[in-house]
Design a protein around this ligand. Structure first.
Ligand SMILES: Cc1cc2nc3c(=O)[nH]c(=O)nc-3n(C[C@H](O)[C@H](O)[C@H](O)COP(=O)(O)O)c2cc1C
Length: 181
């Protein structure tokens, strides 16, 4: 098993963090990992706002329905999508931004986990409030916020409680199987 596969398969979303600050340089590597993610037509619609100030984390934590981990993480990284000029109405426009944001998010989370930093996405159900907290210009949206921090010794009670579906129900050759719903 190589290191990349081990990092991917051992990563679980973690909502409980230690108070240990992130190692110097870790946030730079996490940022760089997002920046290097490919994007459709190399449009690069992703920007990051890196929130470490406690008052700002508290405000952001209020913008989601299931986001207390934003308050207690060491760094909350907001993935912002800039408006896609000239692409409004294009058939793939609605898929491109979230896909690009997802690539950046996973790059960041795996880079973090490869050096022992846990993470969990945090959906901003009140996207307008989150945009206001971050001071975004009109038309910019928060795709997600990723909370980062070292795991605690006692662990996160939620982590590992959601097993993945069996591989035979997950991947099929050539065509959608009739037995799949
Ligand atoms: C797009 C997206 C949004 C998510 N939003 C939240 C959230 O708002 N709050 C939360 O606690 N977890 C959130 N999660 C984490 C999921 O609940 C988690 O990925 C899933 O439970 C699997 O967790 P595991 O890797 O620990 O098995 C989100 C995950 C994704 C992919």
């Amino acid at each position: 098993m190589n290191d990349v596969f081990r990092t991917i398969t051992s990563k679980r979303d973690t909502r409980v963090f230690s108070t240990r600050p992130l190692d110097p340089g870790a946030l730079d590597r996490i940022t760089q990992a997002a920046r290097m993610a490919g994007s459709a037509k190399a449009a690069q619609p992703v920007r990051l706002i890196i929130v470490t100030d406690q008052a700002q984390k508290d405000r952001l934590s209020q913008c989601g329905d299931f986001t207390p981990h934003v308050r207690t993480c060491q760094a909350a990284v907001a993935i912002v999508l800039v408006p896609e000029a000239g692409l409004v109405g294009a058939p793939f426009a609605i898929f491109r931004g979230p896909f690009d944001a997802g690539r950046a998010a996973q790059n960041m989370m795996l880079t973090a986990w490869s050096e022992g930093i846990a993470s969990c996405p945090a959906s901003m159900h009140n996207g307008e409030a989150a945009a206001n907290v971050l001071g975004l210009p009109p038309g910019h949206v928060v795709a997600n916020v990723i909370a980062f921090g070292y795991p605690t010794a006692s662990g996160d009670p939620v982590t590992g409680t959601r097993p993945r579906i069996p591989v035979e129900n997950f991947a099929a050759p050539e065509r959608w199987p009739e037995e799949w719903e």
